[in-house]
Design a protein around this ligand. Structure first.
Ligand SMILES: NC(=O)CC[C@H](N)C(=O)O
Length: 215
């Protein structure tokens, strides 16, 4: 039996319902909350997000959620960040204007480069299914990717990419028109994915189920 009470953090930045439905489908008892007290005491947290980085940070800060999330994470609460909810875990982003993030993962968020060395211009945003592969041959045991196969595909929608400062924090990447994009990162009790597990069919659901069992 999974420990109940996964708190899905509501900070006004989209896609809450589809993430809630997907988590419930794999057996989670989900509470949607924007209450800093509840969040700082959660058993497990999910931080979703769609939109722009500066807006997300503004919401997290003025609702008192940035400090609640940090308190929880420093107290070893497992946290899953999804898409923009992954990017805000990093130190800074250059989306629109350089903005500080939560700083829980060393590294920065920068735009996906448009120009390739051979002159080809990438389509931005990166929208669609891309295959995951292990970074530096790292094992996926004990992570949200447990039991997934190399080259299983997941659904991405983004123009920016989060780049961990340390390769040890990279768990999986995808190759988008010749550039390697970090797709899953992990630091201790934090794990985060750039793609949308709630839009990634069976593979996405398996990954959410792994979050409940492994974290
Ligand atoms: N899908 C999104 O909300 C994208 C998040 C972020 N603005 C990015 O472009 O990477």
């Amino acid at each position: 039996m999974h420990n109940p009470d996964t708190i899905l953090i509501d900070y006004g930045m989209g896609n809450i319902l589809s993430v809630k439905r997907a988590l419930e489908h794999v057996g989670a008892h989900v509470i949607v909350s924007s209450n800093p007290d509840l969040i700082s005491k959660a058993r497990r947290l999910v931080l979703p997000g769609v939109g722009a980085f500066p807006d997300a940070m503004e919401e997290l800060n003025h609702r008192g959620l940035a400090s609640a999330i940090k308190e929880a994470v420093f107290g070893s609460t497992p946290l899953l960040g999804i898409c923009l909810g992954m990017q805000v875990l990093f130190e800074t982003s250059t989306e629109f204007i350089e903005t500080s993030g939560l700083g829980l993962i060393p590294g920065k968020v920068t735009s996906i480069p448009r120009e390739r060395d051979d002159g080809y211009v990438r389509k931005i945003p990166h929208i669609g299914w891309s295959a995951l592969y292990s970074d530096c041959g790292k094992s996926w045991e004990g992570t949200i990717l447990k039991d997934l196969a190399q080259a299983d595909s997941v659904y991405f929608v983004h123009s920016f990419m989060a780049q961990p400062s340390y390769t040890k924090h990279r768990i999986a990447s995808c190759n988008y028109e010749g550039i390697s994009i970090p797709a899953v990162v992990g630091v201790e009790n934090i794990v985060a994915c750039q793609f949308h597990p709630e839009k990634s069919g069976e593979v996405g659901l398996r990954l959410l189920k792994n979050f409940l069992s492994e974290y």
